[in-house]
Design a protein around this ligand. Structure first.
Ligand SMILES: Cc1cc2nc3c(=O)[nH]c(=O)nc-3n(C[C@H](O)[C@H](O)[C@H](O)COP(=O)(O)OP(=O)(O)OC[C@H]3O[C@@H](n4cnc5c(N)ncnc54)[C@H](O)[C@@H]3O)c2cc1C
Length: 386
């Protein structure tokens, strides 16, 4: 692993830093998981797009800058360093897009990616159902073939769709072969949420934000493959959706959703907070130092992953270990901050409290940490299933 940056990479960092410092919204935007905040985040997303920063590592023809994975990491580090807004387009850009690059057709790439980069199409993730969370393969939403119309009719209910109340599109898994065994007979669909038969019902989260949604589908038509992308389509092969969905979860647990820059920025803010507020308390110092060391460790682990990926490897099940690490680190960093703040942590709009509340959901979303431990035990360590 080469830990030095080239002259080009240093120049890329300097350019990104100066643009971000000049453009980052000040004061910070309200939460993008509220209707008002989301609208403001879209303006920011479009400003990023104008400069090719919304999806830096994508080819220029799709709205990116053709940056390398290393440059993407640099961009992310600079992004969080200046305290730039959360990415409300993340489910599209960081989860669906890598799957479209891997499994999509040229027509799908040309249609969906530029619109996603420009924050015109906003994607929600339609995995979970009222009776299918950890055991996703038990999902019952179904896709029935409509031969005459040349497509599929989707019926069922999805839930916990992050920012679904504000999204224009959803990707998700549907059972296309009712007779097949659990993981077989599932197909990966992309659906515009303004199609007839779709009802989106937003609901609030425990922290007061309103971004979650339930999505009901009642005989919603989606055309075959890439025959008419504006009306949605199928990603990958019919009945092979499980494998396609696993590519999306590898992005969600692994490299793209939570880059190390995010945690290094929190660790740096934690150190600043300690200096301002902790009065040199040695016990609080231990927690701060431990948090900083773990943020550094996560960065090094990610660099080794990128080294592997750029040499043709794939993180596969190792992404579960990644997810365990970042989700638990996020909780620890915020807890250390709350300990420093003491009763002041309870004051309205304290960013570390808001961050803590969200960090608590990290061990649940992207597949719970109990499930990630099972995956790591069986598929990385090779332990027996029982
Ligand atoms: C902030 C947030 C955002 C989310 N966004 C989305 C989204 O955009 N789209 C979407 O589809 N879903 C989303 N989810 C839902 C998330 O994917 C599910 O909550 C998660 O997969 C767990 O499913 P569940 O809630 O049904 O819990 P369950 O599956 O019912 O699990 C309950 C408990 O049992 C444990 N458990 C279950 N099975 C096992 C096992 N085999 N071994 C050991 N322990 C087990 C779990 O770890 C958990 O602690 C989101 C969740 C959160 C918190």
């Amino acid at each position: 692993m080469d830990l030095t940056w080239s002259a080009d990479e240093k120049a890329f960092r300097a350019e990104a830093r100066s643009w971000l410092e000049a453009h980052v919204p000040d004061p910070a935007l309200p939460s993008g998981d509220t209707a008002a905040g989301f609208a403001l985040h879209l303006e920011w997303e479009r400003a990023l797009f104008e400069t090719g920063y919304s999806a830096v590592s994508w080819p220029v023809e799709y709205g990116g800058r053709a940056a390398s994975l290393w440059e993407w990491l640099i961009f992310e580090e600079e992004y969080y360093r200046v305290g730039a807004p959360q990415r409300v387009t993340q489910n599209g850009i960081f989860l669906l897009a890598p799957t479209i690059f891997e499994y999509g057709t040229d027509a799908q790439r040309s249609y969906y990616l530029p619109r996603m980069a420009a924050a015109e199409d906003l994607w929600g993730q339609g995995w979970s159902e009222p009776n299918a969370g950890s055991d996703l393969a038990s999902l019952t939403s179904r896709a029935v073939r409509d031969e005459a119309a040349g497509g599929w009719r989707l019926t069922g209910q999805k839930t916990w769709t992050t920012r679904g109340a504000f999204c224009t599109h959803m990707f998700g898994l549907f059972r296309s072969d009712g007779d097949a065994e659990r993981h077989r007979g599932l197909t990966y669909f992309m659906v515009p949420l303004d199609e007839p038969g779709v009802t989106v019902r937003g609901f609030g989260r425990l922290d007061g934000d309103e971004g979650f949604a339930e999505v009901f589908l009642d005989d919603v038509f989606v055309p075959d493959g890439d025959s008419d992308p504006a009306r949605g389509g199928v990603l990958g092969d019919i009945d092979q959706g499980w494998g396609v969905a696993m590519a999306t979860t590898t992005s969600e647990r692994g490299l793209t959703l939570r880059s190390p820059g995010r945690f290094r920025a929190t660790a740096t803010r934690l150190i600043d907070l300690y200096r301002e507020r902790a009065g040199g308390d040695p016990q609080l110092a231990d927690a701060v130092v431990q948090g900083w060391i773990e943020a550094e460790a996560y960065e090094l682990y990610t660099l080794s992953d990128v080294t592997q990926i750029t040499s043709g490897g794939s993180p596969g099940a190792r992404s579960s270990m990644n997810k365990l690490f970042w989700s638990e680190l996020d909780v620890k960093l915020h807890l250390a901050a709350l300990d420093i703040l003491g009763p002041d942590a309870e004051l309205a709009d304290e960013p570390f409290m808001k961050g803590y509340e969200f960090a608590l959901s990290g061990p649940i979303y992207a597949g719970t940490n109990e499930i990630q431990r099972n995956i790591a035990a069986e598929r990385v360590l090779g332990l027996p299933r029982k």
